[in-house]
Structure formats: C-alpha cells, structure tokens
Design a protein around this ligand. Structure first.
Ligand code: NAD
Length: 479
C-alpha cells in the first residue's frame, strides 16, 4: 500500500485524515487494487478550506505577491511536474486504463504547459488600469483574485482537467482545494509533492481525496469563494443549485453528445483516420467527442463502412503497450453502463461493428469499439451521453438538415465538420450551437476558451478568459 493511504494534503503537509473511511483504487486493466486512500470527511474539508483561507488572507502571502513572483513560482512548479511527467503518466494509465501513448502526451505534459502559459500571461497583463471617471476624476480598475477556489475533477483526463483550473486560479492569486476523483487519486498526490518541491507556499494548494460526499462538503463550505467543477451533468446541476442558493460563482464543464458532420464532398479514405481523435479517443471517455456521426444520405453506406473499417483496425488491450490505441473503461460500473446502452442500441438501431467484449482479454473492463447504423436522432443512444466507444451514424438530407440535427441535442460542447471545401465546412461549423467546433480537425486549443452551452455547462476554461474568470474587478474611485 502507498504512503498516502491515510493522509490528505493540507497546509503544505501530509496530515492524517480525520475520518476512518477509506476507498480502494483499482486498476482498470488488471482489476487489482493498487492503493487505498482516505475518504475526506467534513472535518478534513474544513481544515483544508481554513488553510487555504489563511494563505489567501496573509497580507504578505500568495495573493499579494507581485505577479512576476507568482509567475516564477508557477514556472518552478511546471519544471518539477515536467520532471515527474513520466511517473504521472504511468500512474494515470495504471488507474484509469488510458493508453500510455495518450497519458504521456496529455497528463504528463499539459500541467507544465498550462502553468507556463498562465505565468506568461500574468507577466504580460496589467492587473490595474486607470480610466477617466464620469465624475471628472480618475477610476482605477483592479483585477483581484476571488479567494478560496474549490476544484472538483473527474477521472478521464485527471491531470489535464485539474490544471485547466489550477493553473489560471493560482496565477490569478487564489488559493485552492482540489478534490480529485476517487478513481484517479495517486496522480493528484504527486501534484502535492511537486508543489512542495517547487516552493509553493503552504495552504496555497490543498488536496483532499474522496467521492461525491467530500465534493459536496467542499461545494457547500462557507469558506469557499468559487467552485470549478468538471464532471457529469447530473452532479453539475446539483452543484449549480447549491451555488445559486449561496450566490457563489461556479464554472461547470459537463457532459456532451456532439456531432461529427460529414459533408457530401468529403474524401473519406483520407479523413476518416483523423476522425478517431474526435470520436473515440480514450475509449470514448472524453467529454467533447462527436459520437453522433451525421452522414449525407447520398453517401450513407460508405460512411457506415468507413467507421466499421476504422474501429476494426484499432488495437484494443493493455494500456501500457505502446501499440494499443484503446484501453479498458475506467470501472466495472462504467462498463455496465456502456453495455446497457449497447443493449438498448440493438433494439433501436442496426449494429454494424463491435457490441461485445473483445476476445482474449480476461481481465480489465474492456468493450470493443462499436458502431450503430440507421440511428434516429431521437433514439436513446443518440440523445444520452454514453461515455464509451459507441458511435451512432445518423443520416441527413442536405447541409441545413445536418445543422438542424447537430443542434437538436440537450448538450452543446464540441463537434466538427468535414469537407473537401474548407470554406463550406467553416460556414456550416459556425451554425453549430456548441462552445467549440472543429473544421476538418478537432483539437482543444489551450490559448482559447473551452466549454459548453445548454446541458454541457456554464462558463469557460482555458485562454486569457480563464484568468479573468478567477478574478473579480474592483473599481477604486480616486477623489
Ligand atoms: P461525476 O460527476 O460522477 O464525478 C466528477 C467529480 O465530481 C468526481 O470527483 C466526483 O467525486 C465528484 N462529485 C460527484 N458528485 C458530486 C456532488 N454531488 N458534489 C460534489 N462533487 C461531486 O462524473 P464522472 O462519472 O466521474 O465523470 C464523467 C463525466 O464528466 C461525463 O459526463 C463527462 O462528460 C464529464 N466530463 C466533462 C468534461 C468537460 O470538460 N466538459 C471533461 C471530462 C468529463
């Protein structure tokens, strides 16, 4: 068992958790318990928030450091995390089953990249500007940190999604309490050690492990000034209700059911391989994936064949094998959920690929990548987020119909449009009502805002906009 099985990270130290409850961290690919961690109690949350509050209120502390000094600290933090990147990638893969080829280029790298990006923005962006006031004098508009941030993250890209919050929140001068997902806790503990090694002052970053109850205690805590949440729409809605009652700012990055729109002039043979990253990556456990494939009726059979061919070529197996493209699902519960949707899909549509557990993999929560054809956009498998490797190919008639179907969803997170004519694809893309959309490509751009509309969430992460979202403005009227 690991050294953190009894401790949480509060005020710069590993302290014994107040409660006695523990949970197991289980490998998605071997089904073995690899560690245990404490279920953070209300007392642990209380202690973490108190430490964050003290650090925030310290007149010579983090919030009041010159921006350049905070930027330098973030860059040291980035360096330590970069050094520990390969270890972080192995820990993530060992827990959630993400292929090592993905964790090595996301979880190992993005934390450092984002810290450096926000450190640079911090140096470049003034936090005070003066303007002539309506009364004839001068007003100073100050950008000030909000206070104590509660950051709650899921298991699918645990480090990436932690640093979508942590990097801008810390850069702006806030202090933070992170609650990692129970499925991926060990990588979060490395972040705590890295913060200490980089000289991030005690209390600026606190990490309390646990599940929904720990998260709920944090969201409701009177000492928290803003909540940043990534996870399911169901949990996000509850958190929004609590934050509404408390008038507490909240950012919500929630689920999705995006559309991959294939226009009738597309060169399928060249493009379909590129569509993997925006339809199936991480075994479909990625929020922005376009799992509704909208295919022109004139080329419907060709699109179905192309996706059936694509999934047939994807190596599924041990996520530590560098040749593997699809690993297992994160947990038995998640596999049960995905298999229930596949069973529903068999009633609602025509199964053309997958639909079973892959042969020869006795351990691990694997599901073969699956394609359904003849799917109606009103079918359950077209409306609900499955969060597994399951695609629904939906026919459409003309570009307007494609846009109509793409927008006929409770969600609005991502999506992409594919065409031999980039201008035509772009014109269609701008009619899609989602927070982000790709043209012949989809990759999240860390320099630009990311987030959703409708049931996909509130607010934006990334880009300079995220720094703004972790600040209040204060107008000082000079007499
Ligand atoms: P989840 O909502 O069950 O859990 C997410 C996190 O919130 C975990 O840390 C969990 O312990 C905590 N939590 C759960 N209920 C809570 C509550 N009531 N109060 C406070 N904290 C609570 O989601 P999950 O199954 O772990 O993650 C998958 C979901 O996350 C999918 O729906 C996916 O689309 C979404 N997601 C969204 C994005 C995005 O950026 N929009 C990114 C990744 C995942």
């Amino acid at each position: 068992m690991d050294r953190h099985s009894d401790t949480v990270f509060i005020d710069g130290e590993w302290v014994r958790a107040r409660g006695s409850a523990r949970y197991d961290i289980v490998s998605a690919s071997t089904e073995e318990t690899i560690a245990t961690a404490p279920v953070g109690s209300a007392e642990d949350v209380d202690a973490a928030v108190a430490a964050a509050r003290r650090a925030f209120d310290d007149p010579s502390g983090w919030a009041n450091w010159e921006p350049a000094r905070r930027a330098a600290a973030l860059e040291r933090f980035a360096e330590v995390l970069d050094e520990r990147g390969p270890e972080i990638a192995r820990l993530v893969t060992g827990q959630n089953g993400m292929p090592i080829t993905i964790s090595s280029v996301s979880e190992a790298v993005i934390p450092g990249t984002l810290l450096r990006y926000y450190a640079t923005l911090l140096r470049e962006t003034p936090t005070e500007t003066e303007r002539p006031s309506a009364t004839g004098g001068t007003t100073v508009v100050r950008q000030v940190p909000i206070g104590v941030i509660a950051a709650i993250v899921p298991w699918n890209f645990p480090q990436t999604l932690t640093f979508y919050k942590l990097a801008p929140a810390l850069a702006a001068g806030n202090t933070v309490v992170v609650k990692p997902a129970p499925e991926t806790t060990l990588d979060a503990f490395v972040v705590a050690d890295a913060a200490t090694a980089a000289g991030i002052p005690p209390g600026v970053l606190n990490i309390v492990s646990g599940g929904p109850d720990t998260g709920a205690a944090l969201v409701e805590h009177p000492g928290v000034d803003k909540v940043a949440f990534t996870g399911s729409t169901r949990a996000g809605r509850g958190i929004a209700e609590t934050c509404g009652r408390l008038l507490r700012p909240v950012t919500l990055e929630l689920g999705g059911k995006s559309a991959t729109i294939i226009l009738d002039d597309v060169d399928l043979a060249t493009e379909v391989g590129k569509m993997f990253t925006c339809t199936l990556v991480n075994s479909g456990q990625t929020c922005m994936l376009g799992t509704r494939i909208l295919a022109p009726r004139s080329r419907y059979a060709e699109v179905v064949d192309a996706f059936a061919g694509l999934v047939g070529m994807l190596p599924v197996g041990d996520p530590f094998d560098p040749g593997v493209i699809l690993g297992p699902l994160v947990s038995e519960r998640q596999r049960d959920r995905v298999e229930a949707y596949i069973a529903k899909g068999r009633d609602e549509a025509r199964l053309v690929a997958g639909g079973t557990r892959p042969a020869g993999l006795d351990k691990g929560w694997f599901v073969a990548p699956t394609v359904f054809a003849d799917v109606d956009n009103d079918a359950v498998i077209a409306r609900e987020e499955i969060f597994g490797p399951v695609l629904a190919v939906i026919p459409y008639d003309g570009d307007d119909d494609a846009v109509r179907i793409a927008n006929d969803s409770a969600y609005g997170l991502g999506g992409s449009v594919w065409s031999a004519d980039a201008e035509r694809a772009r014109a269609v893309a701008t009619r899609v009502r989602t927070g982000t959309v790709g043209v012949n490509f989809y990759q999240i751009d860390h320099h630009s805002p990311f987030g959703g509309v409708k049931d996909s969430g509130l607010g934006r992460e990334l880009g300079p906009e995220a720094l703004t979202s972790y600040r209040h403005t204060q107008s000082v009227y000079l007499g």
